[in-house]
Design a protein around this ligand. Structure first.
Ligand SMILES: Cc1ccnnc1
Length: 284
């Protein structure tokens, strides 16, 4: 794929850093011609195959293809792509409502009707992606953002398709990347994957002291709902969660836990994706 060779700064005024992660940096940018603001994701590309720094260009091309394939109100849209010497810049829809997780942590309490509305939008975005045989593979609270901070009912926006994968007919795919407490059992066991691996938990009931313990909990499906935190949750909601959190990838599952959390928990949660290659093989 050929991206625009022009210098992104000729068309956009570069603003503040909005976020950064395994990929590089996301900055607010404003289009010079229209004044409209966007989010520019700066991706460092590997200079040579053997260098460890930066991303494979093929991986970036895949992220671009996937984003171009899924246009949906609950998925961040891609507007443009620039390329300079060793950098590819994705011009993305500006999602300025912050992370869903922080929105929930800051509220005294979240009505079940609000949680249901958020869940509905997450499922609509996820369902649309899966209907195109695309899996996100790094679904976690940080990648579920809100459209804006002003409207009383902001929209959900799924972001960061850097680990996403499009399944082709009959193809088997394995990956060993993800974020510990949100990884599906089949990813930990390095089994063939599917879109069912896009499981989701707000505050993981698998969270443990170390990544290794957390991963073991997931395989063993070892979790419990804290009685005190769930005292106000309807039996319908708990039943819904129980049904979704099934070990078998054959069952379509998307597990979202709007468990009350403290600001401290929200601030200290582990946010980074890891590569499972660094962990010894787990036996169930
Ligand atoms: C962090 C981010 C990513 C995409 N769009 N807006 C903000």
């Amino acid at each position: 794929a050929v991206f625009k060779p022009e210098n992104v700064e000729d068309f956009y005024e570069i603003g503040d850093v909005l976020g950064s992660g395994h990929f590089g940096q996301v900055r607010r940018v404003c289009e010079r011609a229209s004044g409209t603001c966007w989010a520019a994701k700066f991706l460092k590309i590997r200079k040579s195959a053997c260098s460890r720094l930066g991303l494979e260009r093929s991986g970036v091309e895949q992220e671009v293809e996937i984003l171009q394939a899924i246009q949906h109100p609950n998925i961040v849209t891609l507007k443009d792509v620039f390329e300079s010497r060793a950098e590819v810049v994705l011009i993305l829809e500006l999602v300025s409502g912050g992370e869903l997780f922080d929105f929930i942590a800051e509220k005294e309490n979240l009505l079940e009707s609000e949680a249901i509305e958020f869940m509905k939008q997450i499922l609509e975005g996820l369902g649309f992606m899966h209907s195109k045989n695309i899996a996100h593979f790094d679904l976690k609270p940080e990648n579920i953002m809100l459209s804006d901070k002003v409207s009383p009912h902001p929209d959900i926006k799924l972001i960061d398709f850097g680990l996403a994968h499009r399944f082709h007919q009959g193809e088997e795919y394995r990956s060993t990347s993800g974020t510990p407490q949100y990884i599906a059992p089949e990813v930990i066991n390095n089994e063939a994957l599917s879109t069912a691996a896009d499981i989701l938990s707000g505050l993981s009931p698998f969270q443990d002291e170390t990544d290794e313990e957390t991963l073991k909990n997931i395989i063993a499906l070892n979790y419990e709902f804290d009685a005190q935190s769930f005292s106000m949750t309807s039996s319908m909601a708990k039943d819904f969660i129980q049904k979704l959190l099934l070990q078998s990838p054959r069952s379509n599952r998307c597990f979202c836990l709007f468990q009350p959390i403290t600001r401290k928990q929200a601030a200290n949660r582990n946010r980074s994706s890891i590569n499972m290659k660094n962990f010894k093989k787990f036996n169930a």
